[in-house]
Design a binder for this molecule. Structure first.
Ligand code: F6P
Length: 548
């Protein structure tokens, strides 16, 4: 089988990386004062500045060659055409169709994608309008005041991240809550202040087999039935979003209260589908369609822009450059926008569940570094927590800085302070400060030579730490849609370059299966003697202590 490492462009990049590892961005900026213009892209909703990477024109040329050699454009075509590019599950990957980015009359196994999406959107509109206007009534005839979404992973992170990010756009017609953890503390705390007569539960599960979600949904059902004394209340208070109608109906949800999900939408790419229903209820359907429109614009950009002007492709290539060729092992996502406080967590699933793999799509062990660990936090909070590490540890962590020109909630004086930090941090990470400069500064402050000798080495920042800056005009349903789609396509391209099946997630199965077996042991108070001694010891200890 052809390995990526056999490609001429790959080999050229390996050689080029040896040279670039000895380059400092300070010198690159000194040599070329036009870097910002050369290495940035202005799209309608944002500018992407990637000039603070250890790259030259030659680097970008070689990376583009790699993209061509890996047939990125052909793969992109296949994805939009609905070809089964999710090879291990034999499924198409058409989350783009959910935002209208699909060729007319795309059929998959006789299923007309466009009309399915239209029908689902129309059902979402009717339903969300009804709930928001107070026309959907609970068992006692009262309007719905609170929606509780029960789901986990892709059936939670996307909608919750968007709901949090767009709080400033909600008219608060309905309160929206999210339950994802099977730790009973979460659902208990959420339900405690709520009135069962006015709560609507959305059970979001593509498979309708996820233990955590089903357990939470059962608890919610018991809570409702025990307070209404009426099992018929369920039909007014429970709806589902799932591709497994049989299980949802068996669970007790009326068929007409089930919203479709399809095989060709992966969980972590599903917020654009009925999985986004809590968003539509919270913001109103019109704003939900603005979110879709923002994603659609980036779909168009991704589909039509030439490689070297293509923002998702550039982001993917830079990630491969920084991690696979220059050796970075993690990447930070650092939003300078309070509303994006869940964005890093969302990106963790999006990228790591997609590309955190070590076998190629040919089924062969991959012998080059693949994707980094994705992590992050709001930038300002991070500055007072882990930025020390970003600036001075031996590990280089490339970071994406994300901010807006206008705040959604302007408070006099705040936004300039916030954004000054955004700009300063990317500059400091790039420039650093050398020992000579540190010594001069300390001398200028009148410090003794003894003090300078002691402290100077600790104040050196080597700099040369890559960052991308994404600067939006203002966070809105539309710009958020664009931002998410930008990263979705980045992840897709990254997978193609690394030869990874980005749309399956076999790595979550092993633990799930074992948990199911161990749960039976905990319930039956038995311990399977075939466990390793650590697991057996822990289960026995748990069981013994629990009995006391
Ligand atoms: O964590 C594994 C996973 O399969 C994710 O891919 C998915 O988003 C999540 O579980 C939830 O799955 P479901 O929507 O089927 O409950």
């Amino acid at each position: 089988m052809n390995s990526r490492t056999d490609l001429t462009s790959w080999k050229n990049l390996v050689e080029h990386a040896k040279i670039m590892k000895n380059q400092h961005m300070n010198d690159l900026f000194t040599k070329d004062s036009n870097r910002f213009n050369e290495f940035s892209i202005k799209l309608n909703p944002f500018v992407l500045d990637y000039s603070k990477n250890i790259i030259t024109e030659e680097t970008m040329y070689l990376l583009m060659q790699l993209a061509k050699d890996c047939d990125v454009e052909q793969w992109r075509e296949k994805m939009f055409d609905g070809v089964s590019i999710n090879k291990t599950e034999e499924r198409a990957v058409l989350h783009t169709a959910l935002r209208g980015s699909v060729k007319k009359n795309t059929n998959i196994f006789d299923e007309n994608i466009t009309s399915n999406v239209e029908q689902s959107l129309s059902k979402m509109k009717k339903f969300s309008d009804k709930v928001r206007k107070g026309e959907w009534l609970g068992y006692s005839g009262k309007r719905i005041t609170d929606v509780v979404n029960i789901g986990v992973g892709g059936s939670n992170l996307g909608p919750q991240m968007v709901t949090e990010a767009l709080k400033g756009y909600s008219d608060n017609s309905v309160n929206t809550h999210y339950v994802s953890n099977v730790d009973g503390t979460q659902i208990a705390n959420i339900l405690k202040p709520l009135n069962p007569e006015q709560v609507l539960f959305i059970v979001s599960s593509k498979t309708f087999t996820t233990t955590e979600t089903i357990t939470n949904a059962q608890t919610a059902m018991k809570w409702l039935v025990s307070s209404s004394f009426d099992s018929n209340a369920v039909e007014k208070h429970f709806i589902a979003v799932s591709s497994n109608k049989v299980n949802a109906i068996e669970f007790g949800i009326l068929e007409e209260n089930i919203f479709d999900m399809w095989d060709w939408v992966g969980g972590r790419f599903s917020l654009w589908s009925a999985i986004g229903l809590p968003i539509a209820i919270d913001l109103g359907f019109e704003k939900f369609t603005e979110l879709l429109a923002g994603a659609h614009e980036i779909d168009n950009h991704f589909y039509t822009a030439p490689l070297k002007e293509n923002a998702p492709i550039i982001l993917a290539l830079l990630s491969v450059w920084n991690c696979t060729f220059l050796g970075a092992q993690s990447q930070a996502i650092l939003p300078y926008d309070q509303n994006l406080h869940m964005f890093s967590a969302y990106m963790q699933q999006a990228e790591m569940e997609s590309n955190g793999k070590s076998v190629s799509w040919d089924g062969e062990q991959i012998d080059y570094p693949t994707v980094p660990t994705i992590w992050g936090e709001l930038g300002i909070n991070g500055q007072h927590a882990f930025y020390q590490y970003l600036h001075q540890s031996n590990n280089v962590v490339p970071a994406d800085f994300i901010g807006s020109i206008e705040s959604v909630t302007p408070v006099a004086g705040h936004h300039e302070t916030l954004m000054a930090n955004f700009f300063a941090q990317t500059q400091a990470l790039m420039k650093g400060v050398n020992e000579e400069q540190v010594r001069e500064d300390l001398k200028a402050k009148g410090r003794t030579q003894e003090y300078i000798n002691k402290v100077a080495p600790h104040k050196v920042h080597r700099g040369n730490r890559p960052t991308n800056s994404i600067l939006m005009k203002q966070l809105s349903p539309k710009t958020l849609g664009s931002l998410i789609a930008l990263y979705e396509h980045k992840i897709f391209v990254q997978g193609i370059i690394l030869k990874i099946c980005s749309f399956d997630q076999w790595g979550v199965e092993l633990g799930k299966g074992l948990a199911n077996k161990i749960q039976l042991e905990l319930q039956n108070n038995t311990v399977n003697k075939n466990h390793d001694s650590s697991t057996q010891g822990l289960i026995e200890y748990y069981r013994d202590e629990r009995q006391h």
